[in-house]
Design a protein around this ligand. Structure first.
Ligand code: GDP
Ligand code: MN
Length: 389
């Protein structure tokens, strides 16, 4: 799960990570009042779940509350397109108003789980404020890394190594060590999957602060953090994905036109591969799970059909724990309550396959039956082409 910058800063502040003074606002008038409270020069920052806002006009300096109000009204309700949002952009619904700081240096800090070592890795770079992917590609040596043994945690010597590596002033090293340790504690205690501070700044008056903050969390650990789960902003998520998550379906929307209804993550992945192999593109990943109910199958099918990009649907089920008749009943129930305008190809195999096929045959609905994955993929891709022409 992702959260907004201002929320990440609130979470970090609980762990004594230094952040600039600021408050979120939902309207230009509210932004005006926040600017009055803060006083002096402030920064107006569009809050969306995507970075690259600075270059796209989503981060602006203002000198008085009237200017803040004007900038906030220019941002709120408008689409912001950054390199991370894709061309469709995101509508800005909240702005963060923050004290303006005099920045001497912009550095980078990040903590993620490293898949190779299966450990958290604490990264730091003197090349802050810019896209870290660019630094990683061109100058990987400029990214310092400390791997953390989860059994002993992030140790003070590792923090010191990073602080010296960043070339911080000797008199700032102790404060940096405290900052990095607090940041790691925040990452670990909240079951975060990513914490990124870009830029981490040194101000002219020698303070260290998180000027930007990004935090992502492990969805599977959210049950342990009800306070963090509340920070979820459904406006920032794909509406179909939100609907699917309400029914505990593993659904990810993609940009192709073949809707896929599959059980088991491995089968779902190979289904997507074989669709591509047959020259098509999947519209989604959907794993209805091993023990899906008829209701879940029906909801999953409805969600696939609500995607306007879908030109044909492939139902690819291997009945192991899941029984083919349950899937067939769910699909038929969904089909009866919906007006299906696209062709549906079905490949069923496994437990109760005859019963499943019988339910489909006797439903009076028009399904194309396929034998094997290759046949199914070729049929559905051909049908999707036929309609999209
Ligand atoms: P991003 O572009 O979405 O990553 O947004 P950031 O929060 O990183 O802001 C982009 C840039 O705006 C930063 O790298 C800073 O250079 C600048 N910026 C943001 N807040 C301040 C501030 O309080 N003072 C100054 N001088 N610059 C700021
Ligand atoms: Mn940033």
């Amino acid at each position: 799960m992702k959260i907004h910058e201002y929320q990440a800063k609130q979470v970090l502040a609980r762990f004594a990570v230094a952040t600039p003074r600021g408050e979120v606002a939902y309207s230009p008038e509210e932004a005006h009042r926040v600017a009055e409270r803060l006083g002096g020069t402030v920064v107006v920052k569009a809050q969306i779940h995507a970075g690259g806002r600075g270059k796209a006009g989503g981060v602006k300096l203002a000198h008085d509350p009237n200017e803040v109000e004007r900038l906030a009204s220019e941002m709120l309700g408008k689409k912001l397109v950054t390199i991370q949002t894709g061309p469709e952009g995101r509508v800005v619904k909240r702005v963060l108003i923050e004290e303006g700081l005099e920045v001497a240096r912009e550095l980078y800090l990040g903590i993620v789980i490293d898949r190779t070592t299966a450990r958290p890795v604490f990264m730091a770079s003197s090349e802050g404020g810019v896209e870290i992917e660019v630094v990683a590609a061109g100058h990987p040596e400029k990214i310092l890394k400390e791997y953390v043994d989860p059994a002993v945690g992030f140790l003070a010597f590792q923090a010191r190594k990073l602080a010296f590596g960043l070339g911080l002033d000797a008199k700032l090293v102790n404060e940096a060590v405290r900052f990095f340790s607090s940041l790691y504690r925040a990452f670990e205690s909240t079951d975060a999957s990513l914490v990124e501070i870009n830029p981490f700044v040194v101000t002219r008056d020698g303070r260290l602060l998180a000027l930007d903050a990004k935090m992502n969390f492990d969805d599977n650990a959210l049950s342990r953090h009800p306070d963090i789960r509340e920070l979820r902003d459904l406006d920032e998520e794909d509406p179909l994905e939100v609907r699917a998550s309400n029914y505990s379906l593993n659904y990810i929307r993609l940009d192709g036109n073949v809707g896929c209804m599959v059980n088991g993550a491995g089968l779902a992945m190979s289904t997507m591969d074989i669709i591509q192999y047959a020259g098509g593109r999947p519209a989604n990943f959907l794993d209805v799970g091993g023990g899906a109910s008829e209701e879940q199958v029906r909801r999953g099918f409805e969600i696939i059909l609500s995607d306007a990009n879908v030109r044909a649907v492939l139902i690819n089920i291997f009945g192991g724990i899941m029984r083919c008749d349950i899937v067939a009943s769910g699909v038929v129930a969904a089909a009866k309550s919906l007006d299906i305008k696209v062709p549906v190809v079905v490949r069923l195999e496994g437990t109760n396959v005859e019963l499943g096929q019988k339910i489909l045959r006797e439903s009076g609905l028009n399904f194309t039956v396929a034998h094997g994955m290759k046949d199914a993929a070729e049929k559905v891709v051909a049908l999707a082409r036929g309609l999209s022409n």
